[in-house]
Design a binder for this molecule. Structure first.
Ligand SMILES: [Fe+2]
Length: 672
């Protein structure tokens, strides 16, 4: 079959929908399409252990290239004059398509932190184009990175779309994570060719941080010969024995980049007790001795599965306790060919004031995603591998090509999951205070941009364009601080209301124009909405109808997108959320009844705007309790026989934290 779409029924493997196979339609012999030349291709940046002063780069040529080298210079605006030339080392092997390939790698050292360099790779005669990279700044500094799940199938046809959409959104991202199964067949040179082709030159401008999936070992038994040859990763993995060192060489590693420790694990060996124990012990050391503020771990087989019938218990048993103990921020995984995001239920209690478990949690975020066009059936939200193991699957999604954008700023790691058609499908912000206190909050509004959206990054002052071409730029002016004014339509909201309070932030014009930027609304440390667009000088937020009872001091922060302005936060306006009222009514009980008959009381609870939440209803006759039930909306209760005489029937709805109690009383005369 030549790569067309095919529908496979869900039976057995649970595959629902997949593109045709491993490769795009081979109109031309793959040997011709993918054969190497002396012209460099498959250029890829990979991080070192010190990305502020060094950078690794790898590329491919034919075996005819014997003097591989990298040239380097500071980025300028005119013709590049190489300031240094570094020799590379090579690995040669015969690819499955029959030709010999030579892979080259070099590590550039002695670089300046936070500096943009130009580089090119070649053999002294035949060169690549000049490409760019920026070294890491020292310490914590804002940056963006991208996350990609399994690419694996029909990479050229489909995955190119995912890679490009992510690149369009954050072209100045500093890294892209791949959570395994980059390809389908370990040694297929054509599939690796499609993978590099899909990423294009972006692989040569941002660090690729890849983890090995099961398909990098398929059909195996060894790791794809391409892996070690084409990715130059830090050799800081487990080394308890020479076998272990070799097994994990360049596929279990970590690097620290501007305040984030990235750890890549290899989840393929729970069946090899010695190797698995060595990696788990290494992981604990990498988490314990972590100088970075943030931690992101990536590997293939997820601790909680989204897809039906899957359960990686050994991975979960060994690694989950470490992720929790060391409070890893983000765990990025693949393998399930679906999307899922959540956390341990235990991390939803003891939240700070103003945060509710329906949107917030502490502890690590576990995420599974997929970049490619193969999909599996997912389990229902309420009953799955997450819920069966103490976790809360907050968001899940099937049959969608996705990528994640992650923006790291001083106090936040903001993650957005997007589909390839430009819709955000999930988002959350991990806010971390200087004292390490952390809160993860679901977001509903996409951010307009992140540090990796523009060359200079967010809020980094730059020189203004010269007024006359060629004129020397002047020093930047002191940025103007923009402080919004925040107002609420009213200071009180009733829980469940159909007319929720609207909060608006007004941005005053500066020199006749409203400064460009967005607004973030917060209450305390909780983000209510972020990236809110400013229209005619106003950004507005409608409070959620189901905001829990309490008092909310709401502030608006202006986040400028251009230079010349500085972020500012308004004073707070307070909105109090009060309980919804409830009404309990009864029917089936006339004013006069026969003493012999038992009447059935129909009880109905109504709450304006919402369905009445489950709560206790207590029925009393003359003050004595005759029935207690937990009721959602309506219930029928049979009364006892009423002795002849006058009686008082009382029905109480107890209400909840968000809904007020209510009562109805009915007088009845019972006759013989
Ligand atoms: Fe997989």
């Amino acid at each position: 079959m030549a790569g067309g779409l095919a529908l496979s029924l869900a039976a057995g493997a649970g595959l629902v929908w997949a593109a045709g196979g491993g490769l795009a339609p081979p109109a031309v012999d793959p040997k011709v399409v993918h054969a190497p030349l002396v012209v460099p291709d498959r250029i890829v940046l990979t991080p070192t252990t010190d990305p502020a002063t060094s950078q690794s780069v790898s590329w491919r040529t034919s075996a005819a290239v014997t003097t591989p080298k990298v040239q380097l210079t500071l980025a300028g605006t005119g013709v590049a004059k190489p300031s240094s030339t570094v020799d590379a080392t090579s690995t040669t092997f015969t690819a499955d398509l029959g030709y010999d390939v030579r892979q080259h790698s070099a590590t550039l050292t002695g670089l300046q932190p936070g500096t943009t360099y130009l580089y090119r790779v070649g053999d002294g005669e035949t060169w690549s184009e000049w490409l760019e990279f920026e070294t890491a700044r020292t310490g914590n500094a804002p940056f963006s990175f991208i996350v990609q799940g399994d690419a694996q199938n029909d990479i050229k046809s489909y995955v190119s779309r995912t890679f490009r959409a992510a690149y369009e959104a954050r072209p100045y991202a500093k890294a892209v994570l791949h959570a395994g199964d980059l390809i389908d067949t370990d040694d297929s040179d054509a599939e690796w060719g499609e993978w590099f082709g899909a990423a294009g030159w972006s692989n040569g401008s941002m660090n690729v941080i890849a983890a090995a999936g099961n398909h990098e070992y398929y059909p195996g038994p060894e790791l794809a010969e391409h892996w070690g040859a084409q990715f130059e990763y830090p050799r800081n993995g487990p080394e308890t024995t020479s076998r272990i060192a070799q097994l994990y060489s360049e596929n279990v590693y970590y690097t620290d980049y501007q305040g984030v420790r990235f750890i890549a694990l290899n989840s393929n060996f729970p069946g090899d007790p010695e190797a698995f124990a060595a990696q788990t012990a290494w992981l604990e050391e990498a988490l314990k001795n972590n100088p970075s503020k943030w931690t992101v771990v990536t590997f293939h087989h997820p601790v909680f599965s989204v897809s039906s019938g899957r359960n990686n218990a050994a991975i979960r048993d060994a690694w989950l306790p470490l992720f929790e103990k060391y409070d890893v921020d983000l765990v990025a995984q693949g393998h399930d060919h679906a999307y899922g995001r959540g956390n341990l239920v235990a991390n939803e209690s003891g939240l700070p004031a103003g945060a509710s478990a329906d949107r917030s949690n502490k502890g690590p975020v576990y995420m599974v995603s997929v970049a490619g066009p193969k999909y599996y059936v997912i389990d229902p939200v309420g009953d799955n591998n997450w819920t069966q193991n103490g976790a809360h699957l907050r968001t899940s999604l099937a049959n969608t090509q996705l990528y994640q954008l992650v923006d790291v700023t001083d106090g936040e790691m903001h993650v957005e999951s997007w589909n390839v058609s430009g819709q955000m499908v999930d988002a959350f912000t991990i806010a971390k205070g200087a004292d390490g206190t952390k809160l993860v909050t679901t977001d509903t509004t996409p951010r307009a941009s992140g540090p990796g959206s523009t060359r200079g990054g967010i809020g980094r002052p730059g020189l203004p364009e010269p007024a006359v071409p060629g004129e020397k730029p002047t020093e930047p002016e002191t940025p103007t601080k923009v402080v919004p004014v925040v107002r609420a339509t009213t200071s009180q909201q009733r829980y469940g209301t159909t007319a929720p309070v609207r909060v608006s932030a007004t941005i005053a014009p500066v020199a006749g124009a409203v400064p460009p930027g967005t607004v973030t609304f917060r209450t305390g440390s909780r983000v209510l909405a972020t990236g809110v667009r400013v229209t005619d000088g106003t950004a507005a937020l409608t409070l959620p109808r189901d905001l829990a009872v309490g008092s909310y001091a709401i502030t608006a922060q202006f986040v400028p997108t251009g230079t010349g302005f500085e972020t500012g936060t308004s004073t707070a306006t307070t909105v109090r959320v009060v309980k919804a009222s409830s009404t309990v009514t009864i029917s089936g009980l006339p004013a006069k009844v026969k003493a012999k008959a038992r009447r059935t009381l129909a009880i109905r609870v109504a709450v304006p705007g919402i369905a009445a939440p489950a709560a206790t209803v207590t029925v009393r006759v003359d003050g004595r309790v005759v029935a207690t039930r937990t009721v959602t909306g309506t219930v029928s209760i049979k009364l006892p026989k009423l002795r002849p005489g006058k009686h008082k029937v009382t029905v109480d709805y107890a209400g909840t934290a968000n809904v007020a109690a209510s009562r109805v009383v009915k007088k009845v005369v019972s006759r013989r």
